[in-house]
Design a protein around this ligand. Structure first.
Ligand code: TYD
Ligand code: MG
Length: 465
C-alpha cells in the first residue's frame, strides 16, 4: 500500500515476510515441511559411500564416482560453453529406463522455453527426422525418457511448488542468475538473489535428499554475481572450460566435499551433444606435427589422471619497442619467469623477440611440471631446431635454471609409455623411491641447459611436416 489507511502517511509500509510456524515454534523452510531433529551420529541414515551410478563415466569421474544424494553441485562456465547441453544430457541419461534411479528428474530452465529444451533433447537423441528449424514439427516421440520433466520458471517459490508436485530425485536449475525470490527487492542475478536462492536450494537438498545441480554463468568481469559467491554454499563446484571455438570441453572439479578435487573429465562438443573422450592424451596429440620446431610434449596431472599435451612455442622479432609475452593455457607470470630463466641461465636472446606459448586443445595448465616443456618449446623455436619427437618433458624449472622434481612421476611416465613415447627427460632424482617404469627410457638431468642439449635435434632445420 502506498498510503496508510490509518494515519494517512505515504510510503510508511515496510515489507516483512512471515514464515509459517509449527505449534512448537520451530521455523519451517520455505516450500518444505521438513523440520530439523538432532540425531545420534550412529543413527544417521545412509551409507557414507552411497552414490547413484551414472552412465556418463567422465561426469561420474569428476564427481568422485557418481551422484551423492542430497548434494548440491554447481556447474559454472562461460556462456555458450555447453553447460545446459551437458546437464540435459545427464538428465536424459538419469531419467532413462536403464538408469538406477526410480524417481523423476526435473529440469527447470529460466533461459529457454520447454520447447527449445525439447528440441535440444531431440538433437541429443539423434532423432534424424527432426528438422530443428521447423517450429510446427511434431516432436512427440517415445524416445524421450518417461521420467524427465521440464518447466520454464524463474520464481523460486514456484520452483519449490513444482518440486513438491514432481518429487524428483534430481533437480537441475538452469541458471542461478535467472532465478529470483519474489519477496526480495533486488533483481534476478544480483549477488543477494543469487546467494539467497542457492541457500534455499541447499536447504531443499539437505532436508529432502534431492540432488540439486545449479548452473551458473561466469561473467568476464570476474564472476561477481556468479559462481564465486556460491562456492562456499554448495558441496561441489565444477567448471566446464574450453575454447568456444574448439571442440574439447573439460569438466573440472575445483571443490568437492565428496571426492578428489582437480579431477577432470574430457568431452568433445559434437553435432549431437557432448561425447566423452576416454583417451584424452591421444586426442590432444592427434594434430601434432612431428619434427616441427617449437613443439614439446608435457605430461600434466589433472587430478589423478595424467594427460599428455602438446606445448607450442613461437618467437618472432619484436617490431616496436617492448617485446610481447603471450601465453594461452599457462599463467602469464610463469611465462615471464621461464623467459627470464632462458635469457639469464641458458643465454638465449629473447629481449628482442615476442614470445607466444600455446597449450593445444584448450587445456589450462597450472602446475609447474610443464615448465620444462614450455621452456624447451620456446628454445626450440628460437633456435629453429625441432625436438626429439618420441620424447616427453617433465619437470619444474627453478630460478637458477635447475630442474626440480615433481610429484606422481611414475603415473606420468606410464601414460607416456602407453602412448608410444620412447623417452622422457626428467629432473635428476635425489631420493630413491619407486623404481622407474621399464618401458620408457628415462633421461635424468639437472639443468635446463642440459635438457636442451639432450632434447633438441641439432642441425636439422625445418624438415618437419
Ligand atoms: P549451451 O549448452 O547452450 O551452453 P550454455 O548453457 O553453457 O550457455 O551450448 C551451446 C553451444 O553448444 C552452442 O554454441 C551450440 C553447441 N552445441 C553443439 O555443438 N552440439 C549440440 O548437440 C548442442 C546441443 C549444442
Ligand atoms: Mg544454457
Amino acid at each position: 500500500m502506498g498510503k496508510c489507511p490509518k494515519c494517512g502517511a505515504y510510503n510508511s509500509f515496510k515489507e516483512e515476510v512471515v514464515q509459517p510456524r509449527f505449534k512448537d515454534g520451530s521455523r519451517t523452510i520455505p516450500g518444505l515441511s521438513g523440520r530439523s531433529i538432532p540425531r545420534r551420529i550412529g543413527e544417521v541414515g545412509g551409507d557414507v559411500d552411497e552414490r547413484l551410478p551414472m552412465s556418463m563415466a567422465e561426469f561420474a569421474r569428476v564427481l568422485g564416482g557418481g551422484i551423492v544424494p542430497g548434494s548440491v553441485i554447481l556447474v559454472g562456465g562461460d556462456p555458450g560453453i555447453g553447460k545446459s547441453t551437458l546437464l540435459l544430457q545427464m538428465a536424459m541419461a538419469m531419467a532413462s529406463k536403464s538408469s538406477p534411479i526410480n524417481n523423476p528428474v526435473l529440469y527447470v530452465s529460466g533461459e529457454e522455453s520447454e520447447r527449445q529444451i525439447k528440441m535440444r533433447g531431440a538433437r541429443l537423441l539423434s532423432l534424424n527426422s527432426v528438422h530443428l528449424d521447423d517450429p510446427n514439427q511434431d516432436l512427440s516421440g517415445s524416445d524421450f525418457p518417461e521420467d524427465l520433466f521440464l518447466v520454464t520458471e524463474t520464481n523460486l517459490d514456484s520452483i519449490f511448488e513444482h518440486v513438491q508436485e514432481v518429487k524428483p530425485q534430481l533437480l537441475i536449475v538452469d541458471s542461478i542468475q535467472t532465478t529470483y525470490i519474489p519477496e526480495k527487492e533486488s533483481s534476478a542475478g544480483s549477488v543477494s538473489q543469487v546467494r539467497e536462492s542457492a541457500s534455499r536450494l541447499r536447504e531443499l537438498a539437505k532436508t529432502s535428499g534431492i540432488t540439486v545441480f545449479i548452473i551458473g554463468h561466469v561473467t568476464k568481469e570476474g564472476a561477481i554475481a556468479g559462481p564465486m559467491v556460491l562456492e562456499h554454499i554448495v558441496d561441489t563446484v565444477l567448471y566446464l572450460e574450453g575454447d568456444r571455438y574448439q571442440s574439447y570441453r573439460l569438466l573440472r572439479s575445483v571443490k568437492n566435499r565428496f571426492g578428489a578435487t582437480a579431477e577432470v573429465g574430457v568431452f568433445e562438443m559434437r553435432e549431437r551433444g557432448l561425447v566423452e573422450v576416454s583417451n584424452p592424451s591421444e586426442a590432444f596429440l592427434a594434430e601434432r606435427m612431428v619434427n616441427a620446431s617449437g613443439s614439446a610434449i608435457a605430461v600434466t596431472m589433472e587430478g589423478t589422471r595424467p594427460l599428455l599435451v602438446e606445448i607450442q612455442g613461437l618467437t618472432s622479432p619484436t617490431s616496436f619497442g617492448n617485446p610481447r609475452r603471450t601465453p594461452n593455457g599457462i599463467d602469464f607470470n610463469r611465462l615471464l619467469l621461464t623467459v627470464a630463466v632462458l635469457t639469464r641461465r641458458v643465454g638465449l636472446r629473447l629481449a628482442d623477440q615476442d614470445v607466444f606459448v600455446n597449450v593445444v586443445g584448450g587445456l589450462k595448465i597450472s602446475e609447474p611440471a610443464a615448465d620444462l616443456a614450455v621452456a624447451v618449446a620456446i628454445a626450440s623455436s628460437v633456435k629453429d631446431q625441432p625436438l626429439r619427437a618420441d620424447t616427453v618433458l617433465i619437470g619444474e624449472v627453478g630460478l637458477n635454471g635447475e630442474l626440480r622434481a615433481v610429484g606422481q612421476m611414475n603415473a606420468r611416465l606410464r601414460e607416456a609409455a602407453k602412448l608410444g613415447f620412447k623417452a622422457a627427460i626428467v629432473p635428476r632424482r635425489l631420493r630413491f623411491g619407486e623404481p622407474w617404469p621399464e618401458d620408457i627410457e628415462i633421461i635424468e638431468t639437472r639443468s635446463l641447459r642440459n635438457a636442451l642439449k639432450i632434447g633438441l635435434l641439432s642441425g636439422s632445420k625445418n624438415e618437419g611436416g
